[in-house]
Design a protein around this ligand. Structure first.
Ligand code: XMP
Length: 329
């Protein structure tokens, strides 16, 4: 084991040595642990020559934008621009039902928004940003090119995983990847030294394409996204209240594009079905579905149907990975 304080010092001096005093650096924040810790570290090294952007793609969870922006600004004092691109993303996703198609559209749109941010910044600064910060971890490095004898041969071919931070086309940016020798638990330790709030460091992973892969079918249909946000928030809050959040790798709700018959009050309803998914895992490559107490599930299902309009049925996903994947799309 390395001492994380030493790793931090070494990374900061390496960045100071590599960059010249005029160099400006950009970073796309996803709201996840890796990009946040990477940006905080670089900010410590070069201050406000770092320029971060957070993109609201219209596919974020309940109050996610407000919550992460508060952490970036109030807790970490990061220089960050929030771009609301919900309209751009959602209009391009209209009518799209194929999961891979959704990922491609979202990835492409993200790059175009990031490109625009970088060009605006160039106008403002009168010089091109020279570097891009990415929160690449060691497992990402060895996954794309496993060292001999490491026994790691896995590569993501099942889903075309999109992460925030695709390279803008014509910017010729050099990369800063301060976490590329670290594992996830080491990034969390580093984050702790950098005063990233504990609750933030323990957040469950969230996919780059966001709620688009949790609303099956067309994400723009009706109020699917809004219903999903409310259901997901009730589920996650209940998990936190029960003290279970840290024992679970990922928990979330999925919106199903089917209606079923129900009875609420003395009315017959024909409303939506939502699924609850929670899994334990080491690294997301395999996962086991999580056993909740029946009482817990009963409470959550009641709360959802009583407070979310348009939902009259709650089911739980009881498959592991394999044969299922963690996300439904
Ligand atoms: P699956 O669904 O493949 O997910 O079992 C494994 C882990 O990866 C996350 N995931 C994604 N992350 N872009 C991402 O950044 C994606 O397109 C994507 N798809 C899945 C998933 O949430 C889980 O943690």
């Amino acid at each position: 084991g390395w001492k994380m304080e030493d790793v931090l010092d070494a990374e900061i001096s390496a960045i100071k040595k590599t960059l010249s005093p005029e160099d400006h650096v950009i970073c796309a924040l996803s709201g996840g642990v890796d990009s946040t810790v990477a940006a905080t570290l670089v900010h410590k090294a070069i201050g406000d020559r770092l320029h971060c952007v957070f993109v609201d793609n219209g596919l974020l969870r309940y109050k996610e934008r407000e919550r992460v922006m508060e952490t970036f600004e109030r807790d970490l004092h990061l220089p960050v621009t929030c771009v609301d691109a919900s309209h751009e993303f959602l209009s391009k996703l209209k009518g799209v039902v194929d999961p891979e198609m959704k990922r491609k559209i979202i990835g492409k749109e993200f790059i175009s928004i990031f490109d625009a941010f970088a060009h605006d910044l160039e106008q403002k600064l009168g010089t091109k940003p020279a570097y891009l910060v990415q929160g690449t971890l060691y497992p990402d490095v060895i996954e794309s090119c496993p060292p001999p004898g490491s026994g790691r041969t896995h590569s993501h071919t099942i889903k075309s995983h999109h992460n925030v931070g695709g390279l803008p086309k014509d910017m010729k940016l050099k990369l800063i990847e301060p976490l590329k020798l670290l594992f996830k638990d080491e990034v969390r330790q580093l984050g702790k030294i950098l005063n990233v709030p504990e609750g933030f460091l323990k957040r469950h992973p969230f996919p780059g394409p966001g709620l688009a892969v949790r609303v099956l079918g067309d994400v723009t249909e009706g109020n699917a996204l809004d219903v999903l946000r409310q259901v997901d928030e009730i589920f996650i809050q209940s998990i936190k209240d029960a003290g279970l959040y840290d024992s679970i790798w990922q928990a979330f709700a999925v919106f199903l594009p089917v209606r079923s018959v129900g009875v609420q009050g003395d009315q017959r309803t024909h409303s939506h079905v939502v699924a609850l998914r929670a899994v334990t895992s080491q690294d997301g490559m395999t996962a086991d579905w999580y056993y909740f107490e029946h009482k817990f599930l009963d409470d959550v299902a009641r709360r959802i149907c009583n407070s979310v309009r348009g939902v009259n049925r709650v089911v739980q996903d009881i498959t592991s990975k394999p044969p299922s994947t963690i996300e439904w799309e």
